[in-house]
Write a new protein. Structure first.
Lengths: 637, 190, 253
């Protein structure tokens, strides 16, 4: 099937206005008759729930954490982009749009990205009004910093905790609506299933993580704002609880999953120290503004960093990409670091790390400035590694960080299932094959504050409110299925723990569906994954029962989904016989090792329809048309 | 009435009334050394009754809200930790309720002893009374050791820089007053 | 290294709970504290026992989910560090570690080391925000904010809402948490309009949720993993007194 993103016609800059004019409205008196479920309370979820509640809808918000303030958006460090052009360095909405499209290696929808760039300015206004304490200069104006993949300074930031501050802004707005009674909050509740009635999304089934009860909630529309799936790699920068369950179970109910192989490996993370490692810690990419990346020119050089003279250091990013140097986009910087370590130049005990050196900036503009910009990051680095980065260079290594793929949505952020809207990282829409730094926060908030509140009305206006009750057969079946699945998992009582399976899954994914992929490797993964999955369902050991707080059971459900979802990623990666953005196939590269895109054959979105775990999914394509930018080879040289 | 129902409002009442009594104590000390100073008080006539009423009111409010807060705080805790470790609080701060009660008893005793002369035993003659005075003064000192600095924090007259200074001055002041009064007891005994 | 753990085990809110002695063997110095607990849990599961339930999520010190009192100190011995960022190099081989949940009446224990902190959310819900609508706001640079004020607001806003201040407070008070939000918003011109009302409703909510009163022990500051200072409590008090002159507390619902 050929999918249609339903973008409005007309000039790029007028598309969103045109769509807004066409969208149907729900009258104020009618709004309270509609119930909307919002799953997830990160930036996208909190902003959507708050805004929809304020508009007058009845909103039910769900999160698995104990408080809506803890969505993993909170961990975003660097900043949020906007085309304000405050520094007067030539930025514009078009330039932000162009940078994002190019950064995404021409695998995203023009109309969506342009809308994102347009709304970026409103987001900054909104956040400032909410009291987000962005960094300011001495005159009291907002300050900007530069970021990877852009030649202008357009990133707004709040120390190294921009995500936290933005989320607290959205959490404040959400709290206000909870107080007002327009939003009902369900913390420590995990979504297990999407319920469809006559093919439309009308509710969800959840597990109360404290009591273990499985319950259903009905609504007139459902918004999934449940983030990405980087934890499929086991070790990633995501929170321990970040999972694919909500979106994958929606996928199993018919929602298409688009471009699942587009994952982002972040170049600046703290290297792995041992097998027990439970997660990887990201150091903001903004560090690359002031640090220089290098490795010793001599293989296996065991000298400490400052014993190695300048002429014996290889500043490989600056060497390979002179124009952008240390600010080359994430995928390029990550791959370069992995390659150089694979060749044996890596530093640290494991040989899996490169130096990020601040010696130059510590001399000028000096330690005070560095402390002001990155003080908390340096502290964090010291806590984890026991090393002082003011005295010796940091060691960094790439780690899975963000997933561009996600549920397929049209221009209105509605999936192929009517009534199911997908926001933020959970959808596939705006970042193509690679996301630029400081764009995730922008997308989450644009979707939640300014897009879905408009587009959801168009769907609701076409439906009668309150038709579905949770007693219907669809809800009953959904609850029964969830109960059966839980009971099945608990009854296995095998010998391996959930973590052991997850670790093994992570190893397969990192080796074969990680930063570089090959046909052989992907085929190998497609052999290994079903075996691991089968073993999981025979040999996993989950203690305790379903009727209580049971963290192993929670993990098991999530890992069970990852085990199936991983296969979809591998299939998608195998289909895409090209290299683009975060998807690098070793067979498809330029003579100099750069990614070789194939616009002739792969300039489309690959959306997969679930056909049963053992049947393999069905592919649907949405062709990508570029009317306003030229499909160029992405070059940061 | 929102003010005294509010946790901060009550804290302000405790702080202000406490500080009023501290001011009195400060005036009280030189009075013990220089009789002429002390003699000016009765000379003012009705003024003394205004002061006495203000002090009485302060005492009652301070005690009432102090005890009420303590009872609430007790309720707000839920069982002790198996291991407890104080990071920054002091013995004085942790024992405010006890030093407060002891101080209250001492003040009542002192008033009955000196002002109203119901108890007709002076510390000059009676060792037990002198020891009682020493204990009472220690309790007051302990109470002020936390109380004086706390006043500034509660009134919000604290900034990044002033907090350490205010804390030190408060503690110093408490010790100074203790020294001043205990000397009277010791000197008159000796 | 090898350690002896004394971990609080409690099946549910109605269970009395007790300390259970467990051994942590072959612990690496590079492990984080939670990775040490992961290792212990893997062992428990293999032995057919229930693993220790504890809250954690981001494991990079920002989400505020982790919450353990280690040897009598919330978040353990290292200053300005959450449990998840605490590493085993801070402990001695062969030592004992006591691990307990946050203890306060407003934080009932759910299971083992997990407590219910929704009372903190309810303090924010009472008014810990600027009542701005989505859309219809002025241009971001239309209102200037002196850098010093923005920086101080940021200092206060770094609070991660973990509740260590409450766990550390001998009075079970959430004053530092409340003060951080009051101060953050009162420092900014956007938040001034509601400042008087905010301080009243938030402190009232704090009392209603069963937290104790602040009596200036400053244990909260010492335990705070983000270094939120008690000067913000002074700021809250100042805001409260100022609010009296506006009669803001009488009007509040």
């Amino acid at each position: 099937m050929i999918l249609d993103g339903k973008c409005p016609s007309g000039p790029l800059s007028e598309k969103w206005d045109k769509r807004c004019r066409e969208l149907k409205l729900v009258s104020p008196a009618n709004k309270r008759r509609y119930r909307i479920i919002v799953v997830g309370t990160g930036l996208a979820g909190a902003s959507a729930a708050a805004t929809l509640g304020e508009l007058g809808y009845n909103v039910e918000a769900f999160c698995f954490q104990d408080s809506p303030r803890r969505g993993h958006s909170i961990a975003a460090q660097g900043g949020i982009n906007a085309a304000k052009n405050y520094p007067n360095d030539g930025d514009s909405i078009f330039r932000l749009f162009h940078d994002t499209i190019k950064g995404g290696d021409f695998r995203s929808r023009e109309a969506n990205v342009y809308r994102l760039a347009m709304l970026s300015n409103n987001i900054i206004d909104q956040c400032v009004a909410q009291g987000v304490p962005f960094a300011r200069d001495y005159a009291g104006y907002l300050d900007n910093r530069s970021f990877g993949g852009a030649q202008v300074s357009r990133t707004f930031y709040a120390r190294g905790q921009t995500g936290q501050q933005l989320l607290l802004g959205a959490y404040g707005a959400l709290s206000r609506q909870i107080k007002a009674g327009t939003v009902k909050l369900h913390p420590r509740t995990e979504m297990l299933d999407l319920v469809l009635i006559n093919g439309e999304a009308k509710g969800i089934t959840v597990r109360d993580l404290v009591s273990g009860r499985i319950e259903s909630h009905s609504a007139d529309a459902v918004c999934l704002c449940t983030g990405g799936y980087a934890n499929v790699y086991y070790l990633s920068t995501n929170a321990m609880g970040s999972n694919v369950t909500a979106t994958y179970r929606a996928d199993k109910k018919g929602a298409f999953c688009a471009n699942p192989c587009f994952t982002q490996i972040h170049p600046t993370c703290i290297p792995v120290s041992g097998d027990y490692q439970s997660k990887l810690t990201l150091m903001s990419e903004s560090l690359r503004n002031d640090g220089r990346v290098w490795v010793p020119k001599m293989k296996g050089d065991k000298r400490s960093a400052h014993e190695i003279p300048a002429e014996e250091r290889d500043y490989f990013l600056e060497r390979k990409y002179p124009a952008y140097g240390d600010l080359a986009p994430r995928d390029i910087a990550s791959r370069a670091a992995k390659e150089i370590c694979d060749e044996g130049f890596g530093t640290g005990n494991s040989g899996r790390g490169v130096y990020l050196d601040f010696a130059d900036t510590l001399k000028h503009p000096g330690e005070v400035k560095i402390r002001e910009r990155y003080g908390n990051l340096f502290e964090m680095y010291e806590k984890i590694t026991g090393e002082d980065a003011y005295k010796q260079p940091m060691r960094i290594y790439p780690a899975p960080h963000y997933t561009m793929g996600g549920l397929w949505v049209d221009y209105n952020l509605q999936s192929n299932i009517p009534g199911l809207f997908v926001l933020g990282e959970a959808n596939f829409s705006d970042h193509g094959a690679n996301r630029l730094g400081a764009s995730a926060l922008m997308q989450g908030l644009a979707d939640g504050y300014f897009i879905v509140p408009y587009t959801i009305a168009d769907y609701l206006a076409r439906t009668m409110p309150g038709k579905a009750g949770t007693d219907g057969p669809e809800f009953k079946k959904s609850r029964e299925d969830a109960e059966t699945f839980t009971k099945k998992l608990l009854s296995i009582k095998g010998r391996k723990t959930v973590n052991e399976f997850h670790r093994e899954l992570g190893r397969i994914m990192w080796d074969h569906v990680g930063m570089t992929r090959s046909e052989d490797g992907l085929k190998r993964a497609l052999e290994l994954l079903p075996e691991l999955r089968a073993e999981f369902h025979e040999n996993v050991n989950i203690p305790g029962s379903g009727g209580e707080l049971n963290q192993e059971l929670e993990k098991a459900g999530r890992v069970a989904d990852f085990l199936e979802f991983a296969e979809l990623m591998a299939r998608d990666a195998l289909l895409r016989n090209e290299s683009c953005g975060g998807h690098f196939r070793t067979e498809y590269q330029m003579p100099d090792g750069e990614a070789k895109r194939d616009d002739e054959n792969f300039c489309y979105v690959a959306a997969w329809e679930f056909r049963g775990v053992d049947n393999g999914p069905e592919l649907h394509k949405e062709p990508l048309k570029f009317e306003n930018v030229e499909l160029a080879t992405r070059s940061y040289k | 009435m929102g003010f005294i129902k509010n946790t901060v409002g009550r804290k302000v009442v405790i702080a202000v009334t406490g500080q009023l009594m501290v001011v009195f104590i400060i005036f009280h000390l030189p009075g013990n050394y220089f009789n002429p100073w002390a003699m000016t008080f009765p000379a003012i006539g009705s003024f003394i009754w205004i002061v006495r009423l203000a002090l009485l009111l302060s005492f009652v409010l301070h005690a009432f809200f102090g005890i009420q807060s303590e009872l609430e705080n007790h309720k707000a805790r839920s069982g002790p930790y198996a291991v407890t470790k104080s990071l920054s609080t002091t013995f004085a701060a942790k024992t405010m309720i006890w030093s407060g009660i002891l101080s209250g008893v001492f003040i009542i005793f002192h008033l009955l002893n000196i002002t109203v002369s119901v108890i007709d035993e002076s510390f000059q003659d009676n060792y037990a009374v002198a020891i009682g005075y020493a204990i009472g003064l220690s309790a007051v000192c302990l109470h002020l050791y936390h109380g004086i600095a706390s006043f500034f924090q509660t009134m919000g007259w604290n900034s990044e820089k002033s907090l350490p200074a205010v804390t030190s001055i408060g503690k110093g002041m408490a010790l100074l007053l203790f020294g001043g009064f205990i000397c009277i007891v010791i000197l008159n005994r000796g | 290294m090898n350690l002896t753990l004394f971990v609080w085990r409690q099946k549910g809110p109605d269970d009395k709970g007790r300390l259970e002695q467990l051994n942590a063997k072959d612990i690496s110095l590079e492990m984080s504290f939670l990775e040490m607990l992961d290792t212990v849990n893997e062992g428990l599961i293999k032995d057919g026992k229930e693993p220790i339930a504890f809250d954690h999520d981001c494991r990079e010190g920002i989400c505020g989910m982790c919450s353990q009192v280690i040897n009598g100190v919330p978040h353990g011995p290292q200053e300005k560090t959450t449990v998840c960022q605490l590493h085993m190099r801070n402990f001695k081989d062969g030592g004992s570690i006591y691990i307990e949940p946050w203890r306060a009446r407003a934080f009932p224990v759910i299971k083992d080391l997990i407590v219910d902190r929704s009372a903190l959310d309810r303090i924010i819900q009472a008014g810990g925000y600027i009542s701005v609508h989505t859309g219809g706001v002025p241009e971001a640079n239309a209102v200037l904010v002196p850098k010093e004020d923005a920086d101080t607001a940021m200092d206060a806003s770094e609070c991660i809402g973990c509740g260590a201040c409450v766990a550390a407070c001998p009075n079970g008070s959430a004053m530092l948490f409340t003060a951080a939000k009051v101060s953050h918003l009162a420092m900014l011109p956007q938040g001034r309009t509601e400042a008087a009302r905010r301080v009243c409703v938030m402190t009232e909510a704090m009392m209603q949720q069963g937290f104790g009163n602040c009596s200036n022990h400053y244990e909260c500051q010492a335990a705070c993993p983000k270094g939120i200072r008690v000067q913000f409590i002074a700021k809250l008090n100042r805001e409260f007194i100022k609010a009296q002159f506006k009669g803001a507390c009488r009007k509040s619902p």
